[in-house]
Design a protein around this ligand. Sequence first.
Ligand code: AHR
Length: 499
Amino acid sequence: MKKTKIFIDKTLVIAETDDRLFSSFIEHLGRAVYTGIYEPGHAAADEQGFRTDVINLVRELGVDMVRYPGGNFISGYNWRDGIGPRSQRPKKLDLAWHSIESNQIGIDEFYDWTKKTNTRIMGAVNMGTGTPKEAGELLEYCNFPGNTALSDLRRQNGHEQPYDIKTWCIGNEMDGPWQICHLEADEYGKKARETAKILKWIDKNVELVVCGSATSIMPSYPEWDRTVLEYTYDNVDYLSLHRYYENYGNDEDFLASFVDMNRFIKTVTGTVDYVKAQKRSRKTVNLSFDEWNVWYQQNQKEHDWMEAPEILEDRYSLLDALVFAGLGITLINNCDRVKIACLAQLVNVIAPIFTMKGGSVIKQTIFYPFKDISSNARGTALQPIIKTDTIETCYGASPVITAAAVVDRSGKSLHVFCLNTSKTDVHSVDLDMSTFGSLHFTKWQELSGSDLNARNTFEKPDAVVPHLNSTAECDASGKNGMFTVNIRPLSWNVLTFDI
Ligand code: AHR
């Protein structure tokens, strides 16, 4: 059996995790909105046509903010198409996803949906075909109390009270040539700065996210980030990061995705702090990792113009869930700078929740690690020190065991999240948590299995679910906070201790 040592010191604090670290994303894309969250006529639809079976799962998942309405979609979207009487809303071509947008859901209905799901909106303004003026008009419509034409229009449309949307993205992936009206870094930097000024003049309480690199493999990364921040540093609060991982055939490389994500975060943090130093600024811009997930982009197919096409409908395996869990650990361990993170996306489109049109809904495998962190990682994140084997991967040396530790907000429980990426080896993990004094082991939940390709389906919705590790070989005496636990190969574990 292999040996690993994890030292968790209660004084080695990274930061408090921000609730917005457990956010997600709904884009007008594929079946995320239509036949995803909204399906009038469905047996589970409420009076507004929202699927209550989906609402219940979003609540169970414990999502904080939901980024809306894009994504690439935002760069061609006119928000005015989605307000007012539904019968008068125009059908439009969505050039981002080669689809037809019916506009039956817009900002007003989506706001109602967030109330039903106990979530809140992370807004986005159009920096492709849109102007700074139009961005300001959307904010005025949403957040201004009343007695202006736009705020009164919202009231006429049924919402007397402002939406008070606090966090806004200034466009989406503007470095990407695929973006509608893509901009060069200087062009975007200037446009984003002027938009930010307008938005903060309209509502001084908003927090703004400026577009960083669309992924770390863009040729312009990280120069794009530096240039954009040089224009906007004083006007914005967060820089965005996006990153998706997929399996190109080597499971070890795929399992090491978290190593790459960690490096990406550290490099972007360095870039932000470089601009901070250059500007002699006392303000710190933090990070918004507002798109992260596993996504099989190689499987994307062409499709005809249609409403709600079945696109980006990845069906996740146990292996995908383990990779995903490693990314979750990395976000927790970087919570001093990553304040916002959005699992992209939430329903049907590369999502933890998957619906059948007219039928039932299932939890995909990635549902479980997200739920584990959203329900157990709110509190004080501690920096674990890990001594374990490494394996060589396309991302360099990757630790076989990776972990995060969070003391919950009551100060009464310590949660240890631990991923074993070895395909073959049980790791006997010595957990040294002696700075806590004696601890009481209470629960060990594990996601693992013999079939890495196992997936949840409508026929077998519970093929991959976590289980309590009742046979856990855990030296549970907890004397002086020392435990030894045997962590199975290819397993995701959440261990809970009473303090
Ligand atoms: O989440 C799917 C797409 O991925 C988003 O629309 C875009 O921002 C990213 O490239």
